[in-house]
Design a protein around this ligand. Structure first.
Ligand code: SAH
Length: 257
């Protein structure tokens, strides 16, 4: 008799600490029979998986290369076909730049049941930790989660005119190396050069760092900060409310206020 097909859960691990996971995510990890995890998932979260659980790292860490998406898809399918309860653990929320749509489509096309467990996305963690809101009455009526691909020093995608709107809080994921190009594009589309901007590294974790600057200085300041962890960029009036700012001009004093 064929094995009963296992199920795959795409689980948001949150920004990196166990106490920012949802209870549902925690239970999913504690009962996983196979765990595929991203580079961004913290060790203290991986340690929650049961002893007999198959653990597979899919993301880049310590110089290793990432698995191809196709390989990850096939692997999840193979494990589910073995009847295992598979957890695909991702940083933040799986629905925010987490390929949950692609993975769901692939698995469902092969008859595998898929569940998504939401998580705290990096933007929410950054806002909470550094005391700024993402929306603010009369000042920030819209929030955009975006990313920027850069080629030859310029942003590739179109659609930036809406992001240049003065009442939009723009959160840029995966954009550390695109900060200069993204800022240039926003200013070209009419966003004021003096718009407050932030770069937040390791949001939600103890070793988080925040750099407080303006849109016109964002590229240079991010480059000089030499961040090594995941970095989120925030552009918008709300950024002026951020506390404990690491101001680049005060770098020598390592400015934690
Ligand atoms: N699904 C994730 C995002 C994955 S894309 C989420 O919801 O948060 C990966 C990008 O997310 C990184 O390049 C970085 O821009 C951002 N990111 C993820 N975790 C972060 C963290 N703890 N601090 C700052 N940025 C983070």
């Amino acid at each position: 008799m064929p094995l009963e097909m296992g199920k795959v859960r795409l689980v948001g691990a949150g920004p990196g600490t166990v106490d920012l996971m949802t209870v549902r995510a925690l239970r999913a990890v504690e009962t996983a029979q196979a765990l595929l995890y991203d580079a961004l998932v913290a060790d203290e979260i991986l340690a929650l998986a049961p002893a007999g659980c198959v653990r597979i790292q899919t993301g880049k860490r310590a110089g290793k290369t990432s698995m191809k998406q196709e390989t990850i898809n096939r692997l999840m399918l193979r494990l589910a076909r073995r009847g295992l309860n598979v957890v695909r653990l991702k940083g933040g929320d799986p629905s925010v730049f987490g390929r949950s749509g692609e993975e769901r489509a692939f698995l469902e096309a092969h008859g595998v049941e898929v569940d998504v467990v939401p998580g705290v996305t990096a933007a929410s963690a950054a806002a909470a930790q550094f005391a700024f809101p993402l929306s603010h009455r009369g000042e920030a009526r819209r929030i955009a989660f975006a990313t920027a691909r850069v080629q030859d020093g310029s942003v590739v995608e179109g659609g930036w005119s809406g992001l240049a709107d003065a009442e939009t809080t723009l959160i840029l994921y995966m954009a550390r190396d695109a900060a200069r190009a993204a800022a240039a594009r926003l200013m070209a589309e009419g966003r004021a050069p003096g718009t407050p901007a932030l770069a937040v590294e390791n949001a939600g974790r103890e070793d988080a760092r925040i750099l407080s600057t303006t849109l016109s200085m964002l590229g240079e300041d991010v480059e000089n900060a030499a961040f090594s962890g995941p970095v989120l960029l925030v552009v918008g009036e709300v950024a002026s409310q951020a506390r404990a700012a690491y101001a680049p001009s005060l770098r020598a004093a390592s400015a934690r206020s």
